[in-house]
Design a protein around this ligand. Structure first.
Ligand SMILES: Nc1nc2c(ncn2[C@@H]2O[C@H](COP(=O)(O)OP(=O)(O)OP(=O)(O)O)[C@@H](O)[C@H]2O)c(=O)[nH]1
Ligand SMILES: [Mg+2]
Length: 444
């Protein structure tokens, strides 16, 4: 559809090359146009071509202006108008019931009290519901386009409003800031190394007196735990067993050989990468930029650890199927599983899908220890704020340790700390097993 002549844009009605040519040599261009016109009598057509190109550009600009105007209008609209309570598809029954009530459905339950995030009395279910509501238009299928895995730091990832507000308001305690400096955590500019020089690993998890400076790197062997952690770092791992989340054909899982610890978290949070980073075997557990890579329960055996490490499929997104409920079932019923490392992305904090998963576990399952992963992707200041928020959040999650580990599988920051933690827990698990054996022997 052609635009009416009145709406045509002001300015030149010929092509840019002709305009610039006119500016440079007006006489020559006029002569050329006159010659062409004389030869073919199509001067009007020539000019029309220019005019048409310019009209389409004008129309595009108009469209862009219109889009921008609409976007600005949306931004200026008061929050209440745009805010809507949406429950993600496939949400747990508690959300479905809440949504039904919110929409004035037929549910016999009374309208729930509006929740306030800052209320310390909120339990995990209430926080899960609040987080799901806050996420608004969050959709699990959107995970496929979520750039959470990629290394670029300038990418935008969707964040819930509550999280943004809390991150803005959070005041990180000095202890957390010092901890981050000590472990050299966060996104940092690495100094260039001279040829042949290797970057030293940062071992300061076991040494509280370490000042965190590069030159003062200790070897992590300050105590027996540190030595054990260094042994894990130099050890190797191999796969012991693999099973579908529903079990084998009989619905059962491999028999436990040792106490077990498992890594759990949303898809793509970096569970497999963290497991690989424990012994620095990059190709052990498959890890990719794609969510839903691990789709089975994998048992790994470490040469220097008296426990088995389990890599679980992630929840929130999985190609073809959603394993969240199956994994939760496995965690609840596996008696030999003594510790659960819950991974949380350092850029997003605890997400609604995480809250949903913890809500589905409830009081059941082993103790949870939280790990902030991908710490190399946020600046130290922001990392300190997110750590403060997560530490606050985990207070309301049942059976969670109040210890937060910060690590980066890619850069190795905080890995010594994680290994130390794993070793200390492994030692106490073995002690427990021995005590129980002794008790049984005495009874017999
Ligand atoms: N920058 C950075 N990237 C990481 C880190 N850990 C993991 N990644 C990247 O995140 C992506 C996903 O890692 P995976 O280990 O496959 O994640 P996963 O949680 O096992 O994912 P699923 O198996 O799909 O549940 C990979 O591309 C990793 O390279 C980290 O500490 N820092
Ligand atoms: Mg994986």
């Amino acid at each position: 559809m052609a635009l009416p002549a009145a709406s045509a844009p002001p300015g030149p009605l010929c092509t840019r090359s002709a305009t610039s040519a006119t500016r440079k040599a007006p006489g020559r261009v006029t002569a050329t146009v006159a010659l062409v016109s004389a030869l073919s009598g199509r001067t009007g057509r020539l000019l029309n071509l220019g005019r048409r190109a310019s009209v389409s550009t004008y129309r595009k600009r108009e469209e862009k202006r219109e889009q921008r105007r609409r976007w600005l209008e949306d931004m200026e609209r008061p929050e209440e108008e745009t805010e809507k309570v949406e429950v993600p598809s496939g949400a747990a029954p508690v959300f479905a019931a809440a949504a039904e009530e919110d929409s004035g459905g037929t549910s016999s339950r009374t309208q729930p009290e509006p929740l306030n995030w800052d209320d310390p009395g909120l339990n995990v279910l209430e926080r899960a519901r609040l987080a799901a509501e806050d996420w608004g238009e969050w959709d699990e299928s959107g995970w496929s386009t979520d750039p959470a895995a990629s290394y670029g730091t300038d990418e935008v990832i969707p964040l819930p409003r509550i999280f943004k507000r809390r991150r803005g308001e959070a005041e990180a305690p000095k202890a957390i800031k010092n901890f981050i400096e000590l472990h050299q955590l966060g996104l940092r500019k690495l100094p260039k190394l001279a040829r042949g020089e290797t970057r030293p690993a940062i071992f300061c998890g076991s040494d509280p007196a370490h000042d965190g400076r590069r030159g003062a790197v200790d070897d992590g062997r300050g105590d027996s735990l540190g030595r054990m952690a260094v042994a894990v770092h130099k050890g190797f791992m191999r796969q012991r067993a693999r099973c579908h989340p529903t079990g084998d054909v009989t619905g059962s899982f491999p028999l436990p050989e040792r106490p077990e610890v498992a890594f759990i978290g949303a898809s793509n949070v970096g569970k497999s990468s963290l497991l690989n980073a424990l012994t620095r075997t990059q190709k052990l557990a498959p890890a990719k930029d794609d969510p839903g890579v691990t789709r089975s329960i994998d048992w790994y055996k470490c040469s220097r650890l008296p426990v088995d490490v389990i890599d679980l499929p992630g929840y929130g997104y999985a190609k073809g199927s959603h394993y969240g409920p199956l994994v939760a079932d496995f965690i609840v019923h596996r008696k030999s599983l003594r510790l659960l490392y819950c991974l949380v992305d350092a850029r997003t904090g605890i997400r609604p899908c995480d809250w949903k998963f913890y809500a589905s576990l409830g009081e059941k399952g082993p103790e949870k220890v939280f790990i902030l992963t991908k710490c190399d992707m946020v600046i130290p200041k922001s990392l300190a704020k997110v750590a403060t928020i997560v530490l606050e959040d985990i207070k309301s999650i049942p059976k969670s340790s109040q210890r937060l580990i910060m690590a980066s599988a890619r850069m190795g920051q905080g890995m010594h700390d994680l290994r130390c933690h794993l070793c200390s827990r492994a030692v106490s698990m073995i002690r427990e097993v021995k005590k129980r054996q002794e008790k049984l022997e005495n009874a017999a």
